[in-house]
Ligand binder design. Structure first.
Ligand code: PA5
Length: 444
């Protein structure tokens, strides 16, 4: 079985003193003796997803696919980033503009509170056949709740309350939260997010799998890739063979040497949202107690013309992890031109990907020369199977890496700070004392 590769040859430090620590942290995850051990449901999730689970998701996806040209994925953070990352990576980037497309187009809402965006989305959907997948683990998050209320109103006005019921699916907690109450009351089809799987680790639950299946992609391949990586990074797979432990170790080694920022780079625009998913997974898991690597993501070569200068010569507190795709799906050669006015004939007959690969290699060498340690992750192809491997590799790595850092990688207490202020400012019932304190603070 081919697997993703991790190339650490451009990081000049020894990891020998980290082997034992990384293996110990992997064992802590497995035996549940570390921090946040009530959120370890993701560890054996890929290998435990049953045929029945997959069939149930595929069946609901098939109904939405039959009924809808557009499906709005309502959710924020872990409740949308995984699905968006996979769908954007796998779909033909121009399908949404084709009238003969076979798959419904996934749209996204509830991941911000931008009024114009919501207005324009509602306006667009007014005469379209659409459905909604409403995802919130807590069932109380404000951003998706506002978007869902607006979209539900529009859908009911178009197809009636009964018709809307056929086109709305809720994914939430088994028993708690406003979304569970609402879904039960309205009689929506629901899927449950397991209690012991946190939002940013939920891509292989219905949270990610349902929208991905609706968009027409093979969730079985995604799960198979993740299950293979689960086996390849399990306790007992020694450091020398265990890519997740190696990545966790190299990150911590670099961090301890003052490299405080990790930049995840891709060379294919389809991968933009894989970077967004990764940013959340690592940033939200490790950034706490005054510690943690700041995660940034860039799209290359695009951002070499914006951030390239900083990366090459700015403050030397960064390292870079490049996700490389060995074989693109298509083949495109650069044509020859008689006049050669653009001077490009030296590339005639060569593949666009060859140029991209040379840009990748040239960038790596330049950044290493500029004292930016470079880690490379190579996917043989950008398909569901290897994305499954990649996602699980990152999940296992962040668990181990967080434990090596000494934090609980599975909580996110800091996310509450803005919410509390926002609720106080909006005079939410139950926040009376905070609202009064806020009013006083703003008067000073
Ligand atoms: O990783 C997490 O837990 C968070 O990013 C959540 O996914 C995000 O805050 C959305 O929460 P919820 O699904 O409860 O609406």
């Amino acid at each position: 079985m081919e697997r993703i590769q991790l190339d650490l040859s451009k990081v000049t430090l020894s990891l020998s003193s980290y082997h034992e620590e990384a293996e110990k942290c992997n064992a802590m995850l497995d035996n549940g003796t570390g921090k946040g051990n009530d959120f370890l449901g993701w560890i054996h999730l890929p290998s435990s997803i049953s045929e029945k689970d997959l069939a149930a998701i595929e069946s609901v996806a098939a109904t939405l696919r039959e009924q809808c040209d557009y499906v709005v994925n309502v959710g924020i953070g872990g409740s949308y980033l995984g699905a968006r990352a996979v769908v954007d990576a796998l779909q033909n980037g121009f399908d949404a503009y084709r009238s003969d497309r076979k798959n419904p187009v996934l749209l996204y809402a509830g991941n911000h509170i931008g009024e114009d965006y919501l207005y324009e989305m509602l306006d667009f959907l007014r005469d379209k056949s659409f459905g909604i997948i409403n995802i919130s683990k807590s069932g109380t998050t404000t951003e998706p709740a506002i978007a869902f209320r607006l979209l539900k109103d529009l859908l009911e006005s178009r197809v009636g309350r009964e018709g809307a019921k056929e086109r709305i699916v809720a994914i939430t907690d088994a028993a708690k939260g406003a979304l569970r109450r609402l879904a039960d009351e309205e009689g929506y089809k629901t899927f449950v997010i397991p209690d012991n799987v946190g939002g940013r680790f939920s891509v292989l639950t219905p949270v990610g799998l349902l929208p991905i299946a609706v968009a027409g992609f093979n969730i079985r391949e995604l799960v198979r890739g993740a299950a293979d990586m689960e086996a390849m990074t399990a306790v007992g797979v020694a450091f020398a063979e265990n890519l997740a432990l190696q990545y966790a170790a190299v990150r911590n080694a670099l961090y301890r040497q003052g490299k405080k920022i990790e930049i995840l780079a891709n060379f294919h625009p389809k991968m933009h949202n894989i970077g967004e998913w990764w940013k959340q997974l690592f940033g939200e898991s490790e950034g706490k107690e005054g510690k943690g690597i700041f995660t940034a993501a860039i799209d290359l070569t695009t951002d070499l013309h914006s951030m390239g200068q900083w990366i090459q010569e700015g403050e030397r507190t960064i390292f870079e992890t490049v996700i490389s795709i060995a074989r693109p799906d298509h083949c495109l050669t650069i044509p020859s031109d008689d006049k050669d006015l653009d001077g490009l004939n030296f590339l005639a007959g060569r593949r666009v990907d060859e140029v991209n690969k040379m840009a990748e290699l040239g960038t790596q060498l330049a950044h290493v020369d500029g004292n930016v340690p470079n880690i490379r992750i190579v996917l043989p192809q950008l398909n569901a199977y290897y994305i499954g491997q990649l996602f699980y590799f990152f999940e296992k790595a962040v668990g181990v890496s967080g434990y090596m850092l000494g934090v609980n990688p599975f909580d996110q207490p800091g996310v509450e700070a803005y919410k509390n202020n926002m609720f106080a400012l909006l005079n939410k019932p139950g926040y009376e004392a905070q609202s009064a304190a806020m009013a006083q603070r703003l008067q000073q």
